[in-house]
Design a protein around this ligand. Sequence first.
Ligand SMILES: Nc1nc2c(ncn2[C@@H]2O[C@H](COP(=O)(O)OP(=O)(O)OP(=O)(O)O)[C@@H](O)[C@H]2O)c(=O)[nH]1
Ligand SMILES: [Mg+2]
Length: 400
Amino acid sequence: MFSFFKRFKGSKEPDATPEELQTAPESVAPRTPVEAPASTAPQAQAFPTRPAAPQPVNTNGAQAAPARAAEPVTPLQAEPEEESALETVEIVPPPVPEAAAKKSWLTRLKSGLSKTSSNLTGIFIGAKIDEDLYEELETALLMSDAGVDATEFLLEALREKVRAERLTEPQQVKTALRTLLIDLLKPLEKSLMLGHAQPLVMMIAGVNGAGKTTSIGKLAKHLQSFDQSVLLAAGDTFRAAAREQLAIWGERNNVTVVSQESGDPAAVIFDAVGAARARKIDVLMADTAGRLPTQLHLMEELRKVKRVIGKAMDSAPHEVLLVIDANTGQNALTQVKAFDDALGLTGLIVTKLDGTAKGGILAAIARQRPIPVYFIGVGEKAEDLQPFSAEEFSDALLGS
Ligand SMILES: Nc1nc2c(ncn2[C@@H]2O[C@H](COP(=O)(O)OP(=O)(O)OP(=O)(O)O)[C@@H](O)[C@H]2O)c(=O)[nH]1
Ligand SMILES: [Mg+2]
């Protein structure tokens, strides 16, 4: 089910130093003019405006949000914040997924995790409930990237359940493991919530090649289907190709991308927040260049990006997302911890679960740094970004 958004986050203090807060925003870094200024006619259609008051809450998912009034685009200039008027939460109705489409991405998730699921399923076939079974399970869980802590936790809980419920059949043990896995992963299942700020500013980070830009492109498309206007900021100023990659996604979805020929990512994103506020855009997504947590100067650069976003808009960024490649195994946990320590993450996007990922890493994350998994990536197309469901994931992992 494509039910995505429902998460409330209170406003945060910007993480800026006193010196930075005293600095005039314009002096953050030299900037060149924003591409595609609002004054040109074509952009006027690209940025439909909406009434200042929040859209009505709709919790049943049955009807589409009302269409917005067609008003002229506001000029590109700073405006006073209107967040106090945005207290009502807008819960965007999910589009009804086509049965065939859903089946197709679930199949991809299952085949992606088949290495782990065939290991785990095999263990229960014709097995006795004895020490050998627990040992084999331990090996299979460790091999699935669950890590020592989550493996021990799950096995201990399983032994207890088998004892307490007097289970005698291997299939019952498998069902018990499924329940425990779902319980463990459930806290990661949270929805991204829209409408509590305008623009909702999302900063996206991660190591090189994790799938940041692709995920932003996919999300841009999804958000539009939820009646959200979107602006993208090409904050990866490191590679020229990165700007073009984002521009292609932007063109595909008719979304404007704010970028600069060169310069400081913080400056590009600062400009983009200003443009999004002036144009009453619903969601701004800021891409950033890939970096390793061990590259301390680059991690510091990310912290600066976050602080500068806070200067452009008091409560922003509202979401700080880390994109992780599920194939990186236990190293993904290291990434989650390091980026969380540096930035204070609000959510994760776990990509490439359609590949050769083993999937157990989510159990490790749930145990050691339970940050919500807003989406999982199961392919390269826009519809291959799906909300995370603990049940669907556990079933795929266990081959149920
Ligand atoms: N199979 C599969 N491929 C994916 C998925 N997500 C991203 N990719 C591919 O992974 C590759 C890298 O994706 P990018 O979005 O460029 O990654 P990035 O994190 O922006 O990379 P840098 O900007 O270089 O750090 C591309 O070839 C994507 O098509 C996914 O869920 N499944
Ligand atoms: Mg990128």
